[in-house]
Design a protein around this ligand. Structure first.
Ligand SMILES: *[C@@H]1O[C@H](CO)[C@@H](O)[C@H](O)[C@H]1NC(C)=O
Ligand SMILES: *[C@@H]1O[C@H](CO)[C@@H](O)[C@H](O)[C@H]1NC(C)=O
Length: 108
C-alpha cells in the first residue's frame, strides 16, 4: 500500500472513531436542550481542554453567527444532514457593513 492510501485509511478510521463517540452535548431547538443557541453551547465548553468536545446539532435552522474562540480548542460540530442542520447568519457587507473576515456564519 502506498503512503497516501495508508494516510487516507488512518484518517477514515480516526473519523469513524470520533463519530462513534457519544456527543458531549446535543443541541436542539425543540426545547429538549438547556441551551438556546449554538453560541451558548460553545461558551459552556471548558476552556483549553485537551479532550475532544463533540456537539451534535439536531436538524433545524440556526440563525446565528457562531464564533469559536481560540481557547475552545478540540471542538467538533456535527449535524443531521447538509440540508437539515443549517447555520445561517446575515453579515453581508452590503446589508450590515461587515468585512469578508467577519461574514461567515461559522468562524474561529
Ligand atoms: C474562558 O475564557 C474566556 C476568555 O478568557 C473567559 O472570558 C471565560 O470566562 C472563560 N470561561 C470559563 C468557563 O472559564
Ligand atoms: C467528551 O466526551 C468524551 C467521552 O465520550 C470524553 O472522553 C471527553 O473528555 C469529553 N470532553 C470534555 C471536554 O469533557
Amino acid at each position: 500500500m502506498s503512503i497516501p492510501v495508508i494516510a487516507f485509511l488512518l484518517l477514515q478510521s480516526l473519523l469513524a472513531t470520533v463519530s462513534a463517540q457519544p456527543p458531549n452535548l446535543t443541541m436542539a431547538l425543540d426545547g429538549t436542550c438547556d441551551y438556546h443557541s449554538i453560541t451558548e453551547v460553545v461558551r459552556a465548553i471548558p476552556n483549553n481542554s485537551l479532550n475532544l468536545f463533540r456537539i451534535y446539532i439536531k436538524a433545524g435552522v440556526y440563525n446565528e453567527n457562531v464564533v469559536i474562540a481560540a481557547e475552545k480548542g478540540n471542538v467538533i460540530l456535527s449535524g443531521d444532514e447538509m440540508y437539515k442542520t443549517v447555520i445561517i447568519s446575515t453579515r453581508s457587507q452590503k446589508i450590515t457593513g461587515h468585512g469578508i473576515g467577519d461574514s461567515a456564519a461559522l468562524s474561529k
